[in-house]
Ligand binder design. Sequence first.
Ligand code: GLY
Length: 444
Amino acid sequence: MKTLIVGNGGRESALAERMSESSKVSAVMGHMNPSIADVVEKTGGLIKIGKVTDPNLVTDFAEENGIDLVMVSADSPLEAGVVDALLKKGIATVGPDREGARIEWDKAFSRELIQEAAPEANPVHRIARSREEVLEVFREFGDAPVAVKPRGLTGGKGVKVVGPHLRDNDNAKNFALSLIQEGGSDPAVIIEEKIEGVEFTLQAITDGRTVAFPPASYDYPYRFEGDKGPGTGGMGAYTMRERALPFMTPEEYEKICSISRSVVTHLHEKGLRFSGVLNGGFFITPRGEVRVIEFNARFGDPECMNIMSLVEQDWVDVMGKLASGTLQEGDITFRDTATSLNYLVTPEYALGGSPGHNFSINRNAIESAGVQIHFSACERTKGDHYRTVGNSRVMALLAHGQTPVDAREKIIEAIASHVSGPLQHRTDIASEQNIRHISSLIGR
Ligand code: GLY
C-alpha cells in the first residue's frame, strides 16, 4: 500500500508516523520536515517539496507515483480544493472536499449550520454583511462585550475578543468595520457574545456517518505562561485517561460528543462529503453551559499528535474506512493513558521578526526517556543539528503517563537535558497548578 501525506507540521509528522506502520509513505510538503523525511526514507517513499495548496501539484505527484490513499489534514489545502482534485482522479482520500470543509473556511456558514444542528450550543451571534449591518449589530449588543470573527481562515489567530484583544466594543466595532472593508465582493463578519469560561477541543473522527470520539483535549493557545501574550496556533495540549478533562463532568463530555454527532449527521443530510476529523472548539461556562466556538474540518495541531498516539488500530486501515465511508462503531479505540505535549517555538514566534535559529537535540536520549519527537518548522542541517524555517512552531515533544502531570515531567526533563539552543516553550502546560487554576476559572 502506498500512502501520501500532504503538509509539513507536527500534525502531519504524527499522521505520517502512524501511516508508516503499514504502508510506504510519501509526502508533499512545503519544506523538508525532518521527522516526515525520516518516515519516508524508512518506508521507501518519495518526497515532493512544493506548494501543498496546489491541487495539480498534489494530484500529479499522486498519479505519477501510484499512490493508493492520501491524507489531507491542513486547513489551507482543504480550502484550496486539493481533496476535490484527488477525488476527481479517483484517488482515495481522507479529508472533506471543499464544500464539506466550508464549516471551517466560512464562519458565517458554520454558525448557520450549528443553528440548525445544535442551536442550544450556539452563542448569541449576528452575521453582518455591510457597514450598516455592523453598526446595527453593535447598537443591539450595546455594552455587552463581544467577540469579532473574520469569515475566512486565519490560522486560529484571527478572532478578537473584548478583554484579551480589544479594549471595548468601540474598538471591536472598528475591527469589524475593517474586516467588512477588506472583505472583497462578498464581505461578512461574525459578531457574537463573549463567552466566559474554559475552552477545549474534541477531535471527532468520522467517515461522514459513523463517529469515533477520542478524549477531549485541552489546548494552550497563548504564547506565554499564565495565558499571557498573543494568541498562537497552540503551544501544547494534554488529554486525560478518563476522556473528560479535569474541569468537565462525564455528562458534559457526552454532551459535546452528541453536539459533534449532530453536526456530522447534519452535514451528511445536506449532501456534503465529510471525511476525517470534525474538530470542535467548545467552552464550558461558569454556569455549566456548553457552547461551540468553532468547528475545524481537520485535526487540530498540536492536538492531533496527542490523539494519534492513542489510536489502537492500524491507522492506514482506519484511513481506508474514513475514505470509503465504511467506518463501523468500535472500529477506532483509544489507549487508556494520559498525554501531554509541548511545542518548542522560535523566541520571536507570534511576536514578529524573521529569524533563523540553529538548535540541536539528543534524539536517542529523548526517545529513550519515552518522549516522542515531531518536527515542524525546521530542517536538519546535519545529524541532530537543525535550523528553524520561518518564525513558527519548531518541534513538539509528546509523552504518556497515568496523568498529564506525569507525562509533562518527562517532557520538561527532556527539554532541560537534551535540547540546546534558543527555542522557547511554556513551562506551565499540564502542570498540576495550571490544571487546578483552569478548573477554578469556572468555579470547579
Ligand atoms: N490548535 C489550533 C488549530 O489547530 O487550529
